[in-house]
Design a protein around this ligand. Structure first.
Ligand code: SF4
Length: 90
């Protein structure tokens, strides 16, 4: 038993998600600023003006000053990603 899609195919009820996905403010910021894996190795978060990093307990963390800082992994960034706000660090 399921629900029919527009092509009359049956979709099992357990595959249908009833709730729309709610993004956190950090996820929205990343989506709006096109945060993505970089194809250009000279333009990555690691070489950006806003990149900050440091050791916290046993982990080495990378954060973005524009995205903001939280005490969770929500604001972690990947060093080989980039967004549209990239500015080359001097
Ligand atoms: S490229 Fe974007 S996400 Fe990465 S450090 Fe710079 S401003 Fe932050």
């Amino acid at each position: 038993m399921g629900q029919l899609d527009i092509f009359n195919n049956e979709i099992p009820l357990n595959k249908i998600t009833s709730k729309p996905k709610v993004l956190s403010k950090y996820q929205r910021w990343k989506m709006i600023n096109n945060y993505r894996k970089s194809s250009d190795k000279s333009q990555i978060c690691k070489t950006c003006e806003y990149h900050i990093s440091g050791k916290y307990r046993t982990k080495f963390l990378h954060k973005c000053n524009l995205l903001g800082l939280s005490h969770s992994s929500a604001t972690d960034i990947k060093v080989f990603n980039v967004c549209d706000l990239f500015i080359k660090e001097f």
